[in-house]
Design a protein around this ligand. Structure first.
Ligand code: RIB
Ligand code: CA
Length: 321
């Protein structure tokens, strides 16, 4: 009798600015049998910070994990810059204007940055971090523990755009634009780092009205939650971004951790972040031709399998895990 393959779970921290697509990414991490979610850390980004914390706590509760997964509040603003929140995209509460009640679980008293450093030391060489928010927490963690990049096994970032369009300005993707100084620190810190850019998400994480209607037919708790939380963003993407439906960049990033074959083409490139110009603030500049003769610092995702992502998302929302 062949011995059942023992698949080791990925010890993971999700760093999030919990709104819309972030909640789906959190559900992936909370429900997947491939993930051992160690912590959720909160960073300033999509909407008001305290609401982001409540959204994360509520999502943990919706996943049936209340009290099991610590949620740590982190940096309440970028290192240097002011920024704008995007309640017009996700709903003012970040949850499709659902105005859910507060979860029973409360946030941890410890700062997220300290929690990241502590977990990286406890699980040195094993810990994976998914950054689906501006990179302020990760940048400060690098200051607190300069050896962090050596201790963290891999960082996956939903961040930037590879020679691609921006979404918050013509040049920049939101997570990098909010805190370009933090992003520059993180990209250049020496992490084993994978970047899922906005252009990949536009091509492979959009759910159109047909998918939306199919999900609505399932009537599971998670499918109903998904539709409520993403209903404002779904309409925004069709109206303002000329897309067939809402994008799910954060969920795509976590799906690639759960099932690495989701990322079908990944190439090592040197990249850095524009943090001085106002016009191109937050632009991720990828050296495609190697003209800067700098060692590659990022595994850039060039292609993804959208069908595989959607299949994983459907498994999640149909509550088959
Ligand atoms: O640009 C998309 C990213 O910005 C996603 O992480 C979304 O949640 C917002 O944080
Ligand atoms: Ca996010």
């Amino acid at each position: 009798m062949a011995k059942a393959m023992k698949v080791s779970k990925v010890p993971l921290i999700v760093d999030t600015d919990t709104a819309g697509d972030d909640t789906v990414a959190l559900l992936f991490a909370l429900k997947s049998p491939m993930i051992d979610l160690k912590a959720v850390t909160i960073c300033a980004g999509n909407i008001g910070f305290d609401q982001e914390v409540e959204n994360a706590l509520y999502t943990v509760e919706v996943a049936g994990r209340s009290g099991e997964i610590p949620v740590y509040p982190g940096c309440r603003s970028p290192l240097l810059r002011s920024w704008k929140t995007v309640g017009h995209i996700h709903g003012e509460d970040g949850m499709g204007n659902s105005h859910f009640p507060k979860a029973k679980q409360r946030p941890e008293p410890q700062h997220a940055v300290q929690a990241i450093v502590n977990l990286a030391n406890r699980y040195a060489g094993q810990l994976v971090i998914a950054g689906i928010a501006p990179l302020t927490n990760l940048a400060v963690a690098c200051q607190l523990d300069p050896d962090l990049p050596k201790k963290v096994k891999q960082v996956y970032l939903m961040a930037g755009a590879n020679q691609g369009l921006g979404n918050v300005t013509p040049a920049a993707e939101f997570n990098v634009w909010v805190d370009p100084d933090a992003a520059k620190i993180v990209f250049e810190a020496g992490f084993n780092l994978t970047m899922v850019g906005w252009e990949i998400c536009v091509r492979h994480s959009v759910l159109d009205d047909a998918a939306w209607d199919e999900i609505a037919r399932w009537e599971t708790d998670l499918s109903e939650f998904f539709l409520r939380v993403n209903r404002v963003a779904h309409q925004f993407s069709k109206r303002e971004q000329r897309l067939a439906g809402g994008t799910h960049p954060d969920a795509l990033t976590i799906a690639g951790i759960i099932e690495p074959s989701v990322f079908t083409s990944v190439k090592d490139r040197y990249l850095t972040v524009e943090n001085r110009s106002e016009l191109t603030r937050g632009m991720t500049v990828v050296d495609e031709l190697g003209v800067l003769h700098r060692e590659a610092n990022t595994h850039v995702v060039y292609e993804a399998d959208g069908a595989k992502f959607k299949a994983l998302l459907y498994e999640l929302l149909q509550e088959r895990w």
